[in-house]
Design a protein around this ligand. Structure first.
Ligand code: PEP
Ligand code: MN
Length: 281
């Protein structure tokens, strides 16, 4: 890629888009992301209760989301913040998944949870704070489930590709990359959405690239414009956080889209997708 490659490392090869390589499509239960199929991944930041999770899941399913997301185990910056309901949340997510029929994305934060998370998850999320955690990447790859790998807030595009290379090298080729904002001097948004990373990644790798405008923005009014920009820039999907009562949320309240506005949000995404020749997968 660039001349900045770490000298002792071989360049990533399995993730690299060769002239001949076809775009990877990640497919779960017939719901596809990549190669013209756009993913709309939506759901709560974190499972707070059965009612809150089912309300969010029903709303996103009704609006046409393609995958459901929700955190059971959370990695919070402060040890005093809500850490997630853990195993109890997995049961709630399993119910939401069964009721909506949507494939479920949930985060693995600890190798010791791999088995119980993989029993419920259709797609294993590796969070931004764990992108460099090679032992965790190995556990995620070994579940055999597709892995949604988020870019670390201080990781370069090349480091993201190298982290994905660990997953492919471990034999798991069903990998999605997620740009979710990086840390810069700019504080008017929670992170800076690196929109340029989208076409760069699309050029460098055959893996689908999705964008999380919720964590990048940190403010709900910015989520739609950033999501539209992501799809226009060539992203294969967007991942957004939704809540029935954002003002009462235990995690990431200011960035959560209210469920009652989500159908309109999905319509906007479909409209931009049509312009760039993509369909919800
Ligand atoms: C999340 O998607 O639930 C999350 C915690 O995001 P990130 O790892 O990007 O901070
Ligand atoms: Mn969140």
């Amino acid at each position: 890629m660039s001349a900045t490659r770490i000298p002792d490392a071989a360049p990533p090869s399995l993730v690299t888009r060769a002239e001949s390589s076809e775009a990877t499509v990640v497919e779960v239960a017939g719901r596809r992301v990549g190669n013209g199929w756009l993913g709309l991944v939506a759901g709560p930041c974190t499972v707070e209760s059965r009612e809150q999770t089912l309300a969010a899941a029903r709303a996103v399913a009704a609006a046409g989301a393609t995958w459901l997301r929700g955190g059971a185990f959370k990695l919070r910056t402060s040890p005093y913040s809500f850490q997630g309901l853990g195993a109890e949340a997995l049961d709630i997510l399993a119910e939401a998944r069964a009721e909506t029929g949507l494939p479920l994305v949930t985060e693995l934060v600890d190798p010791r949870h791999a088995r119980e998370v993989a029993a419920v998850a259709d797609v294993i999320q590796i969070g931004a704070r764990n992108m460099h955690n090679a032992p965790l990447l190995s556990e995620a790859a070994a579940t055999g489930k597709p892995v949604l790998l988020k870019r670390g807030p201080a990781a370069s595009v090349e480091e993201l590709l190298m982290a994905a290379e660990y997953l492919l090298k471990a034999g798991n080729g069903q990998v999605l990359l997620c740009e979710r904002g990086i840390r810069t001097f700019e504080h008017s948004t929670r992170y800076t959405l690196d929109i340029g990373a989208v076409p760069v990644l699309k050029r460098e790798t055959h893996l689908p690239v999705i964008v999380d405008p919720s964590h990048a923005a940190g403010q709900r009014d910015l989520v739609l414009p950033l999501a539209r920009a992501a799809v226009a820039a060539g992203a294969d999907g967007v991942l957004v956080e939704v809540h029935p009562e954002p003002e009462r949320a235990l995690c990431d309240g200011p960035q959560l889209l209210p469920t009652d506005g989500f159908a309109a949000f999905a319509d906007e995404i479909r409209a931009v997708a049509a312009v760039v020749g993509k369909r919800l997968g």
